[in-house]
Write a protein that binds this ligand. Structure first.
Ligand SMILES: *[C@@H]1O[C@H](CO)[C@@H](O)[C@H](O)[C@H]1NC(C)=O
Ligand SMILES: *[C@@H]1O[C@H](CO)[C@@H](O)[C@H](O)[C@H]1NC(C)=O
Ligand SMILES: *[C@@H]1O[C@H](CO)[C@@H](O)[C@H](O)[C@H]1NC(C)=O
Ligand SMILES: *[C@@H]1O[C@H](CO)[C@@H](O)[C@H](O)[C@H]1NC(C)=O
Ligand SMILES: *[C@@H]1O[C@H](CO)[C@@H](O)[C@H](O)[C@H]1NC(C)=O
Ligand SMILES: *[C@@H]1O[C@H](CO)[C@@H](O)[C@H](O)[C@H]1NC(C)=O
Ligand SMILES: CC(=O)N[C@H]1CO[C@H](CO)[C@@H](O)[C@@H]1O
Length: 827
């Protein structure tokens, strides 16, 4: 009896276990129209959020705001070099805890797309490859090479197993509905020849062998071996068709904006054009679309790709700090809500297209007695007024109208009826009752003792050649010292002559020292450094400090590009009629990885107080460490450090890297426009701002890096020499909200972060002109717009009203469409 009893107990426990194990389990399949979740066709509207580009404390709000913005999925890559920086030494802690990130997605009830790569591109250091991988004997990356394939398989299997163990796949009740292997290989395929083809077949099979129940995708891979599904990346994917006819049309990367490198301007992609791309994609039968990026975030530490700025804001719908980037966020939310409201018709209906004019095309989806229509005007300049099914529609240039019932337009991609949120960095609310205090700095020099006697270094590597920075330093530091000596005896032709030191390097920065004295620096992509120097009789010590600012992430064989002092390194004098040169390239070189402050961890701020000097603060001095403390700004607004006055270096707050800074790198003075025309195909140089300004002046300090109560330690390594006097913490807060809404829409005005509307500075309903901050009334306007909106909004965090003559008063305008321009200030 007893044993039977136990047996029953056991089996019911087992049943309970089975029940929990499969609770919420979802079967993912697909056909040519859409992904099928538990047999039902679903449109997927997804956004990329890369977990290492924010903090676990930020994840819940990011995911919540994504859901609120109408997304039903989140997509992320997995970052190999972050997880395995050294061979078989893994890190899945803090903002690398991808399991926790997927659980956060699951908690909000969203789906997830797992892009393992493990090559990820992503403007990320070395495209996500760990440097030890490159340094393995016999390896060739991203091709049919056994050493590489074994490592790729080991890492892929680890990630899949971790995800399985945490029940992250949909079939286990988790959020993951799709997984990706490789990444945009098709773009560079031909360079790898037959070996590339073999590799892609192998990668597909290796993925299948992982035995997950969800489909695998490969993006930009037109010959993706079945069952891999090929997907499209780009600014527009409406004309993309998958090669197989049994798979849905999926858009894995629709670039919501663009990244920026040091020395570049700020890119912007308008809400109108991004909405156009998305609406067009669904009009043309799209089934899954993902914003790259939905939240871009920050490249902390040394994670940024080649010469990439620390901010990875991307002009995404959520800004670097997680604020709503309005009107983009709200305009897209309305689009998502509209598309998902007609999901059934779009995924099941019959489709037909009608050309209304040479540039206006209507697509009609019908199902049963119901139908949904899209009307697109592809003209890049001219608005159109068309008649369609016995009604007249105004379709602005380069726009898509959606008529969920084919009778009433509820959305047009060019008619933005959402507020523009204006944010600014402010120091006055840093401390509510005090002027922002100037920080008190102490400083110390970086150490150069090794220049005196490089031979005595115990950890140095020596070689009779110039070595590549990748091989010597394994990407453990930006810095690598190349040191050699040259002896000039009596009678040497170079003695007593003006001599130039000439160094060829791959970039990005070179600093040169002769006989322990600094002689010059240069930065750029591959360049030749040339500097007059003084040599003495006897031994002359030459030391070159080579600095990389992120490794490349894109292109065929990008992993093999040379880094560091590539050579030749030459001493040259042309004082006499013939040029005399001494080539030092094959001298004995001594290599030292990193700088002293990294090894001794100056950045933790933990080294003895007496090692920092408080007196005679020195400005504009190269290779100088600075230290200050600052109080945590009150409130919950995002915190940034204003680095105005600094030059180039790295910064840490309480031992957490907030990334590289390079404030002295200015954007070109040309190429910006004060107005931005959303019409016509987007490209990265369109609608740029920030000309002549630092590429990045403000640096994000996530609130979780700051101490709750007291003081925070800020450490800077200033490589080029800067003035920290003006450095200080600020908060990013909303200063105003503007809107330029069409008649008939419902407008919502709000101040984020718990502030309220203090004043309506401008309101005109009629035919107002201009832009936020410079609105002007036109030829006609209603008399009571300002009074009505003021009484509805002032003193409140948000207010909603209909943009109609009933609410705002008669305009007396004869022309249409009528619009409301409004500018509200936040307190
Ligand atoms: C998955 O879980 C099993 C069983 O607990 C364990 O043996 C294995 O190491 C785990 N694998 C990973 C990658 O975490
Ligand atoms: C509409 O016009 C396009 C391009 O001008 C043409 O390719 C297409 O066949 C036309 N469609 C119909 C339904 O007439
Ligand atoms: C048509 O739309 C109505 C109202 O939304 C809905 O009740 C009905 O089920 C729809 N019919 C079909 C075939 O989808
Ligand atoms: C780089 O990695 C190699 C092995 O791949 C190792 O021998 C060497 O010590 C490492 N160097 C540094 C500076 O980490
Ligand atoms: C050194 O760099 C200069 C300038 O980039 C280039 O013209 C020259 O060809 C390079 N020399 C070698 C040997 O690569
Ligand atoms: C505006 O809001 C009202 C009330 O909620 C609603 O009936 C109407 O459909 C909305 N109009 C638009 C264009 O969304
Ligand atoms: C697939 C796709 O649309 N690719 C486009 C991505 O964007 C670049 C840059 O604008 C285009 O050159 C590609 O054609």
């Amino acid at each position: 009896m007893a044993s039977q009893y136990k047996c029953i107990l056991f089996s019911s426990a087992y049943l309970v276990f089975l029940f929990f194990a499969t609770v919420g389990a979802l079967q993912v399949a697909y056909d040519s129209r859409a992904l099928k979740l538990d047999g039902e066709r679903k449109l997927i509207i997804s956004g990329s959020i890369h977990y290492p580009r924010s903090t676990p404390e930020m994840w819940p709000d990011l995911v919540k705001n994504a859901k609120e913005g109408g997304l039903n999925a989140i997509e992320t890559y997995i970052f190999w070099n972050a997880h395995e920086p050294l061979y078989r030494q893994y890190n899945f802690e803090g903002n690398l805890d991808f399991v926790r990130f997927f659980k956060t997605i699951q908690n909000e009830g969203l789906y997830a797309i797992l892009r393992i790569g493990p090559y990820v591109c992503a403007e990320w250091d070395y495209g996500g490859f760990p440097m030890w991988l490159h340094n393995m004997p016999g390896i060739k990356l991203r091709t049919n090479n056994e050493v590489y394939k074994k490592e790729m398989q080991t890492f892929t299997t680890l990630i899949v197993d971790m995800a399985k163990n945490a029940s992250l796949f949909a079939s286990q009740g988790g959020p993951i509905i799709l997984a990706q292997i490789e990444n945009e290989y098709g773009n560079i395929y031909d360079k790898y020849g037959e070996e590339g083809k073999e590799y892609i077949k192998w990668a597909a099979q290796m993925a299948v062998n992982q035995k997950i129940s969800e489909p695998w995708i490969m993006c930009q891979q037109s010959d993706a071996p079945p069952p891999m599904i090929n997907t499209c990346n780009g600014y527009y994917c409406d004309s993309f068709t998958p090669t197989r006819n049994d798979v849905p049309k999926m858009f894995t990367e629709n670039w919501s904006g663009w990244f920026k490198q040091w020395g570049q301007r700020n890119p912007h992609r308008t809400a109108e054009d991004l909405a156009y791309s998305v609406a067009r994609f669904f009009q043309k039968g799209g089934a899954l679309m993902n914003y790259y990026m939905y939240h871009g975030g920050t490249d902390f530490g040394r994670t940024a790709g080649p010469m990439m700025a620390t901010t990875y804001d991307y002009d995404a719908p959520l800004d670097e700090y997680g604020n709503l980037n309005q009107p983009k966020w709200g305009h897209l939310k309305q689009l998502h809500d509209t598309i998902l409201s007609v999901e059934k018709i779009l995924t099941h209906g019959d489709v037909r297209t009608e050309n209304l004019t040479a540039t206006v095309e209507a697509t009609i989806y019908s199902l049963g007695g119901n139908s949904t229509c899209f009307i697109t005007n592809v003209d890049e300049k001219n608005d159109a007024t068309v008649s369609f099914q016995a009604k007249t529609y105004f379709v602005p240039a380069w726009s898509v109208s959606i008529l969920p019932d084919c009778n009433q337009e509820t959305y047009n991609t060019a008619k933005v009826n959402v507020q523009t949120t204006v944010l600014a960095q402010k120091s006055e609310d840093y401390n509510l009752d005090q002027e922002p205090e100037r920080l008190q700095w102490s400083w110390r020099s970086e150490g150069f003792r090794h220049l005196k006697n490089p031979d005595s270094l115990t950890d140095a590597i020596k070689a009779n050649k110039l070595m590549d920075q990748k091989e010597v330093a394994n990407d453990t530091s930006d810095y690598l010292w190349y040191m050699t000596s040259v002896t000039l005896n009596d009678g040497d032709a170079l003695l007593g002559k003006p001599v130039y030191l000439q160094v060829n390097t791959s970039g990005h920065i070179l600093h040169a020292f002769v006989n322990e004295k600094y002689v010059g620096s240069k930065d750029g992509w591959a360049f030749k450094f040339e500097q007059p120097i003084n040599l003495v009789k006897g031994v002359n010590k030459i030391a070159l400090l080579s600095v990389t600012v992120g490794f490349p992430n894109y292109g065929a064989f990008f992993d093999l590009e040379a880094h560091g002092v590539t050579g030749p390194v030459v001493l040259s004098s042309n004082a006499s009629s013939t040029t005399i040169t001494k080539d030092l390239s094959n001298n004995q070189w001594t290599y030292k990885v990193g700088i002293e402050g990294e090894q001794r961890k100056f950045f933790t701020g933990q080294i003895a107080r007496r090692q920092w000097r408080n007196q005679e603060l020195i400005f504009n001095r190269r290779f100088t460490w600075y230290k200050a403390t600052f109080k945590t700004p009150v409130g919950t607004n995002p915190v940034v450090l204003d680095f105005n006055g600094l030059n180039k270096g790295h910064a840490w707050v309480n031992g957490n890297s907030i990334g590289r800074y390079w404030v002295s790198k200015l954007a070109p003075t040309e190429g910006c426009s004060s107005t931005c025309d959303y019409r016509g195909k987007y490209y990265a140089e369109k609608c740029n701002t920030g000309c002549g300004k630092p590429t990045q002046r403000w640096y994000h300090v996530p609130r979780s890096f700051l101490s709750d109560s007291g003081e925070n330690t800020l450490i800077l390594f200033e490589e080029f020499g800067g003035n920290p006097s003006f450095v200080g913490p600020q908060t990013v807060r909303q200063t105003k909200a503007c809107a330029y809404a069409y008649e008939g829409s419902n407008l919502s005005l709000s101040c984020q972060q718990g502030r309220s509307i203090s004043e309506i500075k401008f309101a005109s309903f009629g035919d107002p002109q201009g832009e936020c901050g410079q609105f002007k009334k036109g030829t006609c306007e209603s008399t009571n717009a300002l009074a009505t909106i003021s009484s509805a909004c002032v003193g409140k965090p948000s207010c909603d009203f209909a943009v109609t003559e009933q609410v705002l008063g008669p305009t007396g305008c004869t022309t249409t469409p009528r619009r409301l321009a409004v500018e509200a200030l936040c307190n």
